[in-house]
Design a protein around this ligand. Structure first.
Ligand code: GDP
Ligand code: MN
Length: 392
């Protein structure tokens, strides 16, 4: 689950990281008021930032500075409603504009190769890290945390040194790096990214200027499977931006992942679903989705799953592969019949149901003139052939 910058910043703050204050606004009037608050406190400029769950907002025109509350309102009214990578901006973050001296990248991820939390840092901050990885992979430095010992201060220091940080900013960097690691652990996050981690210049009331490191941007993705352990984090899900298909799947309790192919798959069990996808590929097709209806799926779940598959206009054929255990074959068959009666688009379908109540399922499907198969190979082959027929 991705969360918005403002929420990510709250999670960083909770671990004691240096994040400048902010206010979230949904209307130009709110933007003006928020900007006034920061300007009254002595800010020379304010920054107005689109809150959308995609990167590269700056480049897309979603991050702007303003020198007065009226100008902030104007900028805010342009950003609110703006389309960034297909998402309409519904809220913005306002803060005192930082006087940036230099931008760094700092991120924590779960590295599946080493099965450890890995911290990545680069002196080429501000730009997307994928871009740096492509253009100048040597500019990205990494350290991996021992699962038992955690990230150790000397590792964080080595990372800071590698990106060119020295006293007096090295120790603050170590604290921030350890804080990113703590944020990963505390929230079961998959990714915690601060880009830019910036050196900013700050002028005190006596006119003296100091430099410090602050987290100017924050991006966090949470492990969906870990959410059960953090009931409070569920509230951070941004329903404004959730894909309606994903929302529907979550409501039905179905595991659904959209893919690029043309063959819709409805399967029970994650392992069987993956095997089914492999076989679709073996017979020359491409799966349109991964879908695990779960154990004991009832007819309404099956009908709901069918709706999800058919919502994808690319789907040209559907392969249903159910191994009845707790799930009853006849219940699934009834769900399929019900779904077909309601569906608005006619897509060829092959059904394979084995196991519990398979005979009853077969009878129901035959009565309803469904195309069936008994072996998985035959079912996959047929579905691929039907999709090619449909494409022609
Ligand atoms: P992103 O483009 O979605 O990653 O949004 P960021 O929050 O990282 O902002 C993009 C860029 O805008 C940053 O890399 C900075 O160069 C600039 N920026 C963001 N906040 C400020 C600020 O407070 N002051 C100044 N001067 N620039 C900022
Ligand atoms: Mn950024």
């Amino acid at each position: 689950m991705k969360i918005q910058e403002a929420d990510a910043k709250s999670l960083l703050l909770a671990q004691g990281l240096p994040v400048p204050p902010w206010i979230v606004a949904r209307t130009p009037a709110e933007v003006e008021a928020a900007a006034g608050t920061f300007l009254d406190k002595g800010a020379i400029k304010v920054v107005v930032k689109a809150q959308v769950l995609v990167g590269g907002r700056g480049k897309a025109g979603g991050v702007k500075l303003a020198s007065s509350a009226a100008e902030a309102r104007e900028v805010g009214s342009k950003i609110l409603g703006m389309d960034i990578k297909g998402i309409t901006v519904k809220k913005v973050l306002i803060g005192a504009a930082a006087d940036i001296v230099k931008e760094y990248y700092l991120g924590a991820i779960i590295d599946r190769g080493s099965r450890r939390i890995t911290l990545m840092a680069s002196a080429e901050g501000g730009v997307e890290i994928e871009e740096v990885a492509r253009q100048n992979p040597g500019a990205i430095h990494r350290v991996s945390a021992d699962p038992l010992l955690g990230l150790l201060a000397f590792q964080a220091r080595a990372l800071g040194l590698a990106i060119g940080l020295r006293d007096p900013l090295l120790n603050p960097f170590v604290t921030i790096a350890l804080g990113l690691y703590a944020t990963m652990k505390a929230n079961d996050a998959d990714l915690v990214e601060v880009n830019p981690l910036a050196i900013v210049a700050e002028t005190a009331s006596d006119g003296s200027s100091t430099q410090r490191l602050v987290c100017l941007d924050a991006k966090i993705t949470l492990d969906d499977s870990g959410l059960a352990r953090h009931p409070g984090l569920e509230a951070l899900r941004d329903l404004d931006e959730e894909d309606p298909t994903d929302a529907q799947a979550r409501k039905l309790g179905i595991n659904f992942i959209h893919l690029d192919g043309t063959i819709g798959c409805m399967v029970n069990g994650a392992g069987l679903a993956m095997t089914t996808m492999d076989l679709v590929k073996r017979y020359g097709g491409e799966p349109a989705n991964f879908l695990d209806v779960g154990g004991g799926a009832r007819r309404d779940t099956v009908a709901g799953a069918m709706e999800l598959i058919l919502a994808d206009p690319k789907v040209e054929a559907i392969l249903v592969n159910i191994f009845g255990g707790i799930t009853r074959g006849d219940e699934v068959a009834a769900g399929l019949i019900e779904a077909r009666a309601q569906q608005t688009r006619d897509v060829p379908m092959v059904v394979r149901i084995v196991g519990t109540n398979a005979a009853e399922a077969a009878r129901l499907l035959k009565e309803a003139s469904f195309e069936t198969a008994t072996s998985l190979d035959a079912a996959a082959e047929k579905a691929v052939a039907l999709s090619k027929g449909a494409a022609r």
